[in-house]
Ligand binder design. Structure first.
Ligand code: RET
Length: 275
């Protein structure tokens, strides 16, 4: 959807505008939260919060750029009462570059918080990270192609990207199943929830990607509703998959820290006493 944007009603334009603005705020706030919450965790689990913080920082930056790109791509035509494309590029590459950096990090977060032995951790994180990057790279040519049909460019690259996607899910639901079973009840429930949130949010992206395939003739220049739905859909999924998921990872790390005898209040007392 590079240059051929459709004309939008003010309601459609503003919905996307406000969603981008909300996401910049959410990612920034999540960054502050993850950095500050780090101290509540046993040192071993702090790295997973740093990875969460990196993910939302990268996303905050990209949403800021996406937001500016959206503003530049449209101008209000007052006579018509509609937002018309200015001819400036609405750059979808920001979204894909963001995913390319953050999606492998999200898989690393999950591996780190599981507290696996070192020799299992590295190879698993590398494998999941590589598959995640491959999934994003393969999706991009279809996203920016003008041919949105199921058996055309969008469908072909979407299919190729689904292969690493399914592979990741397979690893998460088979290999990691045993590791999750080995944890205490509380932690295994939390890890199970994180995995389900990952499935629910990640599953949303290929569905959003398929929306234009329903209207390949008119997409994108004559399909304002589809363009808006795609942007809003990806944005909601990003907030849940990054900030929401990071909070779940925090809860897991906190539960594990407590089980391993780390007590935040004891740590805080000496500082409070000197104050
Ligand atoms: C694409 C192309 C169509 C097929 C598939 C896709 C999967 C995308 C996913 C993206 C996840 C993004 C996340 C972002 C950050 O928070 C590329 C849309 C399977 C799963 C988690």
């Amino acid at each position: 959807m590079l240059q051929e944007l459709p004309t939008l009603t003010p309601g459609q334009y503003n919905l996307v505008y406000n969603m981008f603005s909300f996401t910049v705020a959410t990612m920034t706030a999540a960054f502050v939260f993850f950095v500050m919450a780090r101290g509540n965790l046993a040192p071993k689990y702090r790295i997973s919060m740093m990875v969460s913080a990196l993910v939302v920082f990268i996303a905050g930056y990209h949403y800021f750029r996406i937001f500016n790109s959206w503003e530049g791509a449209y101008a209000l035509n007052e006579a018509a009462g509609m937002y018309q494309p200015t001819g400036e590029l609405f750059n979808d590459a920001y979204r894909y570059v963001d995913w390319l950096l953050t999606v492998p990090l999200l898989t690393v977060e999950l591996v780190l918080v599981m507290g696996l032995p070192k020799e299992e951790r590295g190879p698993l994180a590398a494998k999941l990270g590589f598959l995640a990057a491959a999934m994003i790279v393969l999706g991009y040519p279809g996203e920016v192609s003008g041919d949105a049909s199921l058996f055309g460019t969008r469908g072909l690259w979407g299919f190729l990207s689904t292969i690493p996607f399914v592979w990741i899910l397979y690893i998460l639901f088979t290999q990691l199943g045993d590791t999750i079973q080995r944890q205490s009840n509380r932690v295994s429930t939390l890890l199970g929830n994180a995995r389900l949130l990952l499935l629910a949010t990640w599953g949303f992206y290929p569905i959003a990607y398929m929306i234009p395939m329903a209207f390949p003739e008119s997409y994108p220049s004559a399909a304002p509703g589809t363009v808006v739905a795609l942007q809003v859909g990806y944005t909601i999924a990003d907030v849940l998959a990054k900030a929401g998921y990071g909070v779940l990872i925090y809860n897991i790390a906190k539960a594990k820290s407590e089980e391993e005898g780390f007590n935040v209040d004891e740590m805080a007392q000496p500082a409070a006493a000197t104050a």
